[in-house]
Design a protein around this ligand. Structure first.
Ligand code: PAP
Length: 335
C-alpha cells in the first residue's frame, strides 16, 4: 500500500466551487438535447462529470503496481477488462471458477469516473481504493491530458485500447439509444446528429482523434508505461496480443502454460460469444441506467457499413486522413 493512502472519507467539492468553475466554460446540447456537454480544458464532458474528474485529479493516488485500462467509450474496454482480469488471476482461478462467470467485467475492474468517483454507490467508494489488493485493476475513459498527476508520474501501467472511429460511433449510437430508453427520454437520437457532433469533436472525452493520438504518442515514447492496442488487431490475432499484454504487465505466459493451451482457453472464455451468453451478462443494470447486456451487442468489425451513408464515409475518411497524417497510426475499417 502507498503510505500516502490514508484517506478515510469521501472527498467532496463544494457546489460553490463547481458553479464558479463551470461559469464561462463552453456548453453545447448533446444527443438531441438529452445532455449538456461542457468543454473543460479542451475536452468535452457531461456537466455531471466535472466534479468527479476534479476529485480524481486531486485525490486519486496511483500505486506503481496499478494496471489501468484506458480508451474512449465503446472501443472495447469491456473485452480488455475480461482479458486482463483473467490473465492476472490465471494462477488463482481455473477458467471454470473464474469470477467473471458470476460478475460483469465492470464489477471486477472498476472505472474511476463511473464506479468509484461517480454517484451510483454500488461499487467501492474512493476510500475503499486503499483496501483493494495489488495489482489493482482499474479503468478510465479520461484522455491522457486529464489523468491525475500520480498516474502520469508513478510507474503504474496503462493499457490503451482504440477502435476504428466508424465502428466506435456505431457502437456509441446503440449504447446511447439504450440509455435513452432506460431513462424514458422522450427524444430519441438521430444517427446523423451524433455523426455531426462526433466529427466536430463533440463526444464524451472527445475529440476522439486527440484522445487516440495522445495515447499513441505516449506509447511510442514510453512503451514500458503505455501499451497501445487496437480492437481490430485483437480480433485478428488475439494470441499475439494476449502475449503482448501478459509481457507488458510482467506476467508472461510460460512455455508450460503455452503447452497447456492456456492462452487459447482465455481467448475462448473472453470471446464475445461466450461472454454474451453468460447469464450474469444478460440481465440487470450497471450504475443505475446501463443494461449489462448493452455492453455485449454485436462485437464486429465493419458493422458501420449498415449506418453510414456514402457522404458520411467520405467526410469521416477525409477527417481521419487529416488527423492521422504523419502519426504512423492507421485503422482497419473492414474485417
Ligand atoms: P464502454 O465504453 O461502455 O466501456 P466498451 O466495452 O469499450 O464500452 O465497448 C463496447 C463494445 O465492445 C461493444 O461493441 P458493439 O456495440 O459494436 O457490439 C461490445 O459489443 C464490444 N464487446 C464487448 N465485449 C466484447 C468481447 N468479448 N469481444 C469483442 N467485442 C466485445
Amino acid at each position: 500500500m502507498n503510505k500516502n493512502e490514508t484517506q478515510n472519507e469521501m472527498p467532496i467539492i463544494s457546489q460553490e466551487e463547481l458553479e464558479s468553475l463551470k461559469q464561462g466554460l463552453p456548453q453545447v446540447p448533446w444527443i438531441d438535447n438529452n445532455f449538456e456537454l461542457i468543454n473543460n480544458q479542451g475536452v468535452w464532458i457531461p456537466e455531471s462529470f466535472l466534479a468527479r474528474i476534479l476529485l480524481i485529479q486531486r485525490h486519486f493516488l496511483a500505486r506503481d503496481s496499478d494496471l489501468i485500462i484506458t480508451g474512449i467509450q465503446k472501443t472495447g474496454t469491456t473485452w480488455l477488462k475480461s482479458l486482463l482480469y483473467t490473465i492476472v488471476n490465471r494462477a488463482i482461478y481455473p477458467i471454470n471458477q473464474n469470477p467473471l462467470l458470476k460478475n460483469h467485467p465492470q464489477e471486477l475492474v472498476y472505472n474511476l469516473e463511473s464506479d468509484i468517483y461517480g454517484e451510483a454507490f454500488a461499487y467501492p467508494r474512493p476510500q475503499h481504493l486503499v483496501e483493494l489488493p495489488s495489482p489493482r485493476l482499474l479503468s478510465t475513459h479520461l484522455p491522457y491530458t486529464s489523468l491525475p498527476e500520480s498516474i502520469r508520474t508513478s510507474n503504474c501501467r496503462l493499457l490503451y485500447i482504440c477502435r476504428n472511429p466508424l465502428d466506435t460511433l456505431t457502437s456509441l449510437f446503440h449504447f446511447a439509444m439504450s440509455y435513452l430508453k432506460n431513462t424514458n427520454s422522450k427524444e430519441l437520437l438521430r444517427f446523423e446528429d451524433l455523426f455531426d457532433d462526433f466529427c466536430a469533436g463533440r463526444t464524451i472525452h472527445g475529440p476522439f482523434f486527440e484522445h487516440v493520438i495522445t495515447y499513441w504518442k505516449m506509447s511510442l515514447e514510453y512503451p514500458e508505461k503505455v501499451l497501445f492496442l487496437k480492437y481490430e488487431d485483437l480480433k485478428d490475432d488475439p494470441k499475439h496480443y494476449l502475449k503482448r499484454v501478459a509481457e507488458f504487465i510482467g506476467m508472461p505466459f510460460t512455455p508450460f502454460e503455452e503447452s497447456q493451451s492456456v492462452i487459447d482457453q482465455i481467448i475462448e472464455f473472453c470471446s464475445f460469444g461466450n461472454m454474451k451468453e453468460l447469464e450474469v451478462n444478460k440481465s440487470g443494470v450497471i450504475n443505475k441506467f446501463f443494461e449489462k447486456k448493452s455492453f455485449f451487442r454485436k462485437g464486429e468489425v465493419g458493422e458501420w457499413r449498415n449506418y453510414f451513408t456514402p457522404p458520411m464515409v467520405e467526410k469521416i475518411t477525409k477527417l481521419m486522413e487529416e488527423k492521422l497524417e504523419g502519426t504512423g497510426l492507421s485503422f482497419k475499417l473492414v474485417p
